[in-house]
Design a protein around this ligand. Structure first.
Ligand SMILES: [Zn+2]
Length: 370
């Protein structure tokens, strides 16, 4: 069976072809179906690589690792309801994006690549830069000229060459894609191997809940790397016979930039504004149609939360000892909204990933202090 198929036209491809999208312009989905052996997990070290069979790699010896994975679950009482947070901000670079970067950069090295390009000004940039460094690969990052210097400092510290592009996110993406004609495009948006990594989020939740799924997962959604990883990951577990069914997926966006929420409601998306939840401020997600399917097929919902609710949730999280970035707090604001709307209920197993560390946005969060 071929590794990949186009989500738009169905044409198939292989990872080894080195293509990052289909000739028709559509994004690829993985067609690999290689279960990790459930019975072997007990003897394996905690971390991402306990699931290596599910990755597009020949074996664990191909791993580029910084010790990622098996982030803790933490019970939290929120609006009077017991929920469970998964502390994704404890990853090596401070965000869940390390899951995708670990697998993607391992694949790049396995394919004999020596240089990668990526466009991101946030957590994906830091993650790709860190894993490129660990893999011994050169990394060129194309970023919007107005990107936050805080986040770029982390990527530059790992040795990435940062190239500022005037004209916003779209222009940075175009510049990266031009470079990708001759260089491996380590895109967290386009490359399906990145999603092979984000799927591990669900494998861990399933193990940590004693071989069960949550009833509901409430997660922030911008490009949908975690939303789609969760949809596909729980789909894997069901297909492999490890689970009867996956959770409802509730995707949370910021009111000021909510194209998925607009599409879900069947409305036109208004022009985006600036939000503190910059990690999910994506005006035109490439995989929008897949994201809608993920929500729809799991019986979930899409919510958009106002700026004040994000700031308030961020303050409450910090007051409980959880120093996360505002994007992560958007999920908690979404949890409050979902509880009010009856989209999830007390007594259900509710899991909320806290996706990124507040340390990454220290000057931005300083402005949120009362
Ligand atoms: Zn296609």
């Amino acid at each position: 069976m071929p590794d990949l198929a186009c989500a738009t036209c169905g044409r198939v491809a292989e990872y080894a072809d080195g293509r990052w999208r289909c000739a028709c312009g559509g994004p690829f989905e993985s067609r690999q179906d290689r279960p990790f052996p459930r019975e072997a997990l007990g003897a394996r070290a905690p971390g991402l690589w306990r699931y290596w069979e599910a990755f597009p790699l020949p074996g664990p010896e191909a791993a580029v690792s910084l010790g990622e994975g098996m982030t803790p679950l933490l019970p939290l009482r929120w609006d009077g309801v017991e929920v469970v947070c998964k502390l994704e901000f404890l990853m090596p670079t401070g965000s869940f994006k390390d899951r995708g970067a670990a697998v993607l950069l391992s694949l790049a090295r396995h394919l004999g690549v020596t240089r990668v390009v990526e466009d991101s000004s946030g957590n994906a940039a830091a993650a790709v830069a860190a894993y490129a460094a660990a893999a011994g690969l050169a990394c060129d990052l194309f970023v919007p000229a107005d990107a936050s210097p805080d986040k770029l400092a982390q990527a530059r510290a790992y040795g990435a060459a940062v190239r500022a592009v005037p004209g916003g996110r779209e222009a940075a993406a175009s510049a990266a894609q031009e470079a990708a004609a001759t260089t491996f495009y380590a895109s967290h948006v386009w490359h399906p191997a990145f999603f092979a990594g984000t799927r591990t989020f669900t494998y861990e939740v399933w193990e940590q809940l004693g071989g069960r799924a949550p009833d509901v997962l409430v997660l922030p959604a911008g490009h949908g790397t975690l939303l789609l990883g969760s949809w596909w990951g729980f789909g894997d577990l069901v297909r492999w016979g490890y689970l009867a069914r996956g959770p409802r997926l509730i995707a949370v966006q910021a009111d000021r930039c909510a194209p998925l929420a607009a599409a879900w409601a069947g409305r036109e998306s208004p022009a985006p504004g600036r939000t503190v939840a910059e990690g999910i401020a994506i005006a035109a997600p490439v995989r929008l149609r897949q994201m809608l399917r993920a929500v729809d097929e799991t019986g979930g919902a899409v919510l958009a939360v106002p700026e004040e609710a994000i700031v308030s949730a961020w303050r409450r999280a910090a007051a409980a000892g959880l120093f996360v970035e505002p994007t992560a707090a958007a999920a908690l604001a979404g949890l409050s909204a979902a509880l009010r709307a009856g989209l999830c209920r007390p007594g259900e197993r509710i899991v909320v990933p806290l996706t990124g560390s507040g340390l990454k946005a220290a000057s931005a969060v300083a402005r949120l202090l009362p």
